[in-house]
Design a protein around this ligand. Structure first.
Ligand code: ATP
Length: 295
């Protein structure tokens, strides 16, 4: 398991030739990617382009229709028991906080420890305080979720995701519903925890501007694939019309906001973009929209 004898040359996550379907629909295909250990990777892209679906493949919630998904050098298993083992090594912060409202912050953080370990209660109590301390909320241990601000509740959920010391953290839209100040706190916390605990982090986000400063690698999903993989600086410097439009969060541009209503000129520009970067941009006039939520 990831907890034991890590081979530091093996990436934390590797996808090779992966295709992901939902029912009869192919959401992503031809996916090759590596997430180096210790890094922070952002998965950005328009709504519905398959960002969360990629996370689901990493946790084994969605088996690939083709290709392989490896976490710390091991193929993601399909059997329930082995999957549960894998997931103990993956901390997930979901879009909603998922805190149980009738439990205190401390009891919420204790849940994974009570469920997955046989540690005695006093040890769990100490671990809970340590996790809450890591997110700057030790004093909130006895508060109920309704007594917490949105940002505090997100930090308690983060402490709970860290409870079992997972080497890999997945964040699905960690900033949803937070104001700019709380967003800044969460992003710097993600960066600090990644560095101090030696984690590997993957962040799915619509919040491009808030996310780019803390990440090492950016992947952009669109048009059923990964249309960009590189550093934040490389993304900012890209001349690719699709990426420029996405970065600016514009509904109008070379990529049609609503492909059904694309004008011929938009289609032409899209085709030119696809010709200019055939390996990175599999754009077609029927490609998914780039929408304004990308901001
Ligand atoms: N459990 C599911 N069953 C069927 N279809 C699904 C399921 N989950 C997602 N999809 C579909 O897969 C596509 C990609 O969804 P996904 O949630 O991965 O996109 P996303 O990029 O994360 O979007 P958003 O930014 O809006 O969260 C969408 O068309 C969505 O409707």
């Amino acid at each position: 398991m990831p907890h034991t004898a890590p081979d530091t040359n093996v990436p934390a996550v590797r996808l090779s030739g992966v295709r992901l379907d939902r029912g009869v629909r192919t959401i992503l295909s031809g996916i090759d990617l590596e997430v180096p250990r210790g890094s922070i990777t952002a998965i950005l892209g328009p709504s519905g382009s398959g960002k969360s679906t990629l996370l689901a493949a990493i946790t084994g919630e969605l088996a690939p229709a083709a290709g392989t998904v490896e976490v710390f050098g091991r193929p993601v298993p399909r059997h329930h028991r082995e999957l549960l083992e894998l997931r103990k090594g993956i901390g997930v912060l979901l879009q909603g906080n998922g805190l149980l409202t009738d439990l205190t912050a401390g009891e919420n953080v204790a849940l994974p420890l009570r469920t997955h370990t046989k540690l005695p209660a006093p040890v769990i109590e100490q671990l809970v305080l340590m996790k809450l301390h890591a997110v700057g909320l030790r004093t909130a241990v006895d508060l109920y979720p309704r007594e917490l601000s949105g940002g505090m509740a997100r930090r308690v959920a983060l402490a709970r995701a860290l409870a079992l010391d997972p080497p890999l953290m997945l964040y699905d839209e960690p900033l949803t519903g937070l104001d700019p100040i709380a967003s800044g706190v969460i992003m710097s916390l993600i960066a600090r925890l990644n560095a101090t605990l030696g984690l590997t982090s993957i962040i799915v986000s619509h919040h491009v501007r808030e996310t780019l400063p803390i990440v090492d690698q950016v992947l952009v999903t669109a048009n059923r694939g990964i249309v960009f993989a590189g550093t934040p600086a490389e993304l900012e410097a890209s001349e690719d019309p699709l990426l420029r439009q996405f970065l600016r969060g514009e509904p109008d541009g070379p990529i049609a906001f609503d492909p059904a209503s694309a004008q011929p000129s938009a289609r032409d520009a899209l085709a030119r973009a696809a010709d200019a970067a055939p390996t990175r941009l599999a754009a077609t006039p029927a490609a998914p929209r780039i929408d304004a939520e990308a901001r």
